[in-house]
Design a protein around this ligand. Sequence first.
Ligand SMILES: [Ca+2]
Length: 205
Amino acid sequence: MKSRALALAALATLAAAMASPAWAVAPAPLPVASYQLSHNGPDFYGYNDPGTDLTDGVMDVQVGGGYWAWSPYVLWDGVSPTITFDLGSVHQVDHIEAHFLAYPSAAVTLPVSASVRYSVDGVSFSSAQVVPAHDGLALSNDLPVTLSFLTPGAGRFVELTLGTPGRWMALSEVQLMAAPVPEPDAALLMLAGAGVLLAARRRKA
Ligand SMILES: [Ca+2]
């Protein structure tokens, strides 16, 4: 009796979830095969990038002011770097999330703009979508800041250019977020699974 009540409760929850118009897969980061930098960071204190810093999942680390503690970040001083990501195959990108650290007393702030272009073949790129990076955000020292750039497009290659604030920028991770897609198949599969479970419990009882 108890298991039947549980199964019915599970079915009711499923039905409620399916009735919701928001039944869709939340945007998730697309796996990046590799990326290239137009400018790598300075080659001291780990300010540069061995080639994996921006996609290794390590982000929003606080540094406590120690030079070596900045090594999860790629730092640029007075340049506007272009980062070209290779997704391995063509994907639809909804928006881009870039994880920075602010440290205003050390002249580490945020980019003033982001410019994004897409390409299928890595040769011919779409025209640039330029967005302001932030809107007068109040910064404090050792503050992780995630900036979200709404620059949707499709391509295998995604080129992101960060407009320099004039001095330092510190970037730990870039996430290319997939466009959300409805997945009715997953809901049907779950419902079928619940039905099988309910039938099995009925046979047992
Ligand atoms: Ca990282």
